[in-house]
Design a binder for this molecule. Structure first.
Ligand SMILES: Cc1cc2nc3c(=O)[nH]c(=O)nc-3n(C[C@H](O)[C@H](O)[C@H](O)COP(=O)(O)O)c2cc1C
Length: 451
């Protein structure tokens, strides 16, 4: 079984504490079947630093260099427009994507602490689960004062249930409510949710109209808005939480290839029905996650929106220059980053610097290790040790991807012993010990397979 396969193996999950996470992580598991490392990540070139002497002990958070500095103001370049979603003005036009089972509160906090994140969203939430108060749904919807502004993403096909879910989201801290219209997983599409809505425009519009009406009924006052935003822009004096939708290009790839993708019409219909921004993952439902993002498809949605609502492009952004390329090639207003952030939670910061004409500084190895430690600490605090061990076990491959040092022969040094040490750790102290040993120059050696 492949390394990724092993992590996703049900038995391993159960042993690590994932067994009880039936609904949310059951769903995450289905998604996770498509969670493959982005090709080329092994040789990620964000200006990979020259080999540095490893520090003996790790600095504790906060990560000094990056966290101390406030984000500088936005210069007016062609592709850097301030992103405004209804009344919500974001500090950057970079968004963290929902990735079921991965973009939880702890991960969102780690990305935000690096800087550059304009908006982060919960993973997809079942409105029924929220309304019934099931432990998994409540856990997935967890947020806090450092997680601002936060979007909450709902999935489903029933306008009334979605409206009640949206009300719940507003009552529990959402600054944006998002409807998932892109999930290709059977469990979601069979209930008329996710990507299925791409094939049923009237239903998609009916959901948006109903949810918009509900959001208007639970509008926030100015004081509540200022609590929900990050203080980088004046908060609205009052008004409803804006609704957004996350779509794909269309269901069938043949439709896209013959110029009949539904997404331009859908974007127009959604704007008519009250949506305040659309995110487009530049793939069809049939593509799932295969092939490359289709920037031309995103550009057509931007054209169809005609500046009425912002369009956020998404897909395959794993380095700052990918975001720049997407912005330039499609004219989109913002960029959403998913898997790229799993390997590099600092990618938003780097991308924002890059877009602002500043060098995108690669974190030091000590800072990367501090980021892993921070995530692990947050997981332990927000959940418990058992769950934190399960999460670090399944994520260490992503984190470690950015930690392979280049060798003189142009290949990458293996970090497999480090990943193994984290994965086989039995206690939290053993995880910390693996991090410390790696910092001290141990747990590495050999050449990375496939490098
Ligand atoms: C394992 C996995 C889980 C995902 N979960 C969600 C989700 O809950 N909601 C959603 O809208 N998209 C979800 N997505 C799609 C991502 O948000 C994003 O659209 C996609 O990964 C492409 O962007 P990227 O190349 O930056 O990762 C998921 C993707 C993966 C791989």
């Amino acid at each position: 079984m492949s390394e990724t396969g092993k992590q996703q193996d049900g038995e391993t999950r159960k042993q690590r504490g994932g067994g009880s996470e039936k609904t949310g992580h059951g769903r995450a598991m289905v998604w996770a079947a498509s969670l493959h490392p982005i090709r080329g990540f092994g040789s990620l070139s964000l200006g990979v630093p020259p080999v540095r002497p490893a520090p003996v002990s790790l600095p504790r958070f906060p990560i000094s260099r990056c966290l101390a500095a406030a984000l500088p103001p936005v210069p007016s370049t062609v592709f850097l427009r301030a992103l405004q979603i209804g009344p919500v003005r974001l500090s950057t036009n970079l968004l963290l994507a929902p990735i079921a089972g991965y973009c939880d509160l702890a991960f969102r906090m780690v990305c935000r602490e690096w800087g550059g994140v304009g908006l982060a969203c919960t993973d997809l939430l079942s409105p029924q689960g929220l309304l019934r108060g099931t432990a998994t749904s409540l856990d997935l919807a967890k947020t806090n004062a450092s997680d601002r502004p936060v979007g909450m993403q709902l999935y489903g096909g029933d306008p009334e249930v979605m409206a009640q879910g949206a009300r719940w989201a507003v009552e529990h801290g959402a600054a944006v409510v998002d409807i998932n219209m892109g999930c290709p997983v059977d469990k979601v599409t069979k209930k008329d949710g996710g990507s299925k809505l791409l094939t049923d425009l009237p239903r998609a519009a009916a959901i948006v109209e109903r949810v918009t009406r509900e959001l208007e009924k639970c509008a926030l006052d100015g004081a509540e808005w200022s609590r929900r935003l990050d203080g980088t822009a004046p908060p609205p004096t009052g008004g409803p939480v804006p609704l957004t939708c996350k779509i794909r290009l269309c269901w069938h790839t043949a439709d896209y290839e013959s110029g009949r993708a539904c997404s331009p019409d859908l974007a127009r219909a959604l704007a008519d029905a009250g949506v305040r921004a659309v995110t487009v993952h530049g793939r069809t439902t049939q593509d799932k996650f295969a092939g490359s993002v289709r920037l031309g498809g995103i550009a057509r949605v931007v054209e169809a929106a005609g500046g009425r609502i912002p369009v956020i492009g998404n897909g395959d952004v794993r380095a700052p220059k990918d975001a720049e390329r997407m912005l330039r090639a499609t004219g989109c207003d913002g960029v959403m980053i998913g898997r790229g952030a799993l390997a590099a939670p600092w990618l938003f910061r780097q991308t924002w610097d890059h877009l602002n004409g500043r060098p995108a500084i690669e974190p030091t190895e000590a800072e990367k290790l501090a980021t892993i430690r921070r995530f692990f600490d947050l997981m332990r605090t927000q959940r418990d040790d058992r769950y934190a061990m399960y999460q670090i076990n399944r994520r260490i491959s992503w984190f470690a991807r950015s930690m392979q040092r280049p060798l003189v022969n142009g290949k990458l040094e293996s970090v497999r012993p480090f990943k193994e040490a984290v994965r086989t750790a039995r206690t939290a102290n053993e995880v910390y010990s693996a991090l410390d040993r790696f910092a001290a120059g141990e747990l590495r050696g050999g050449v990375e397979a496939g490098a």
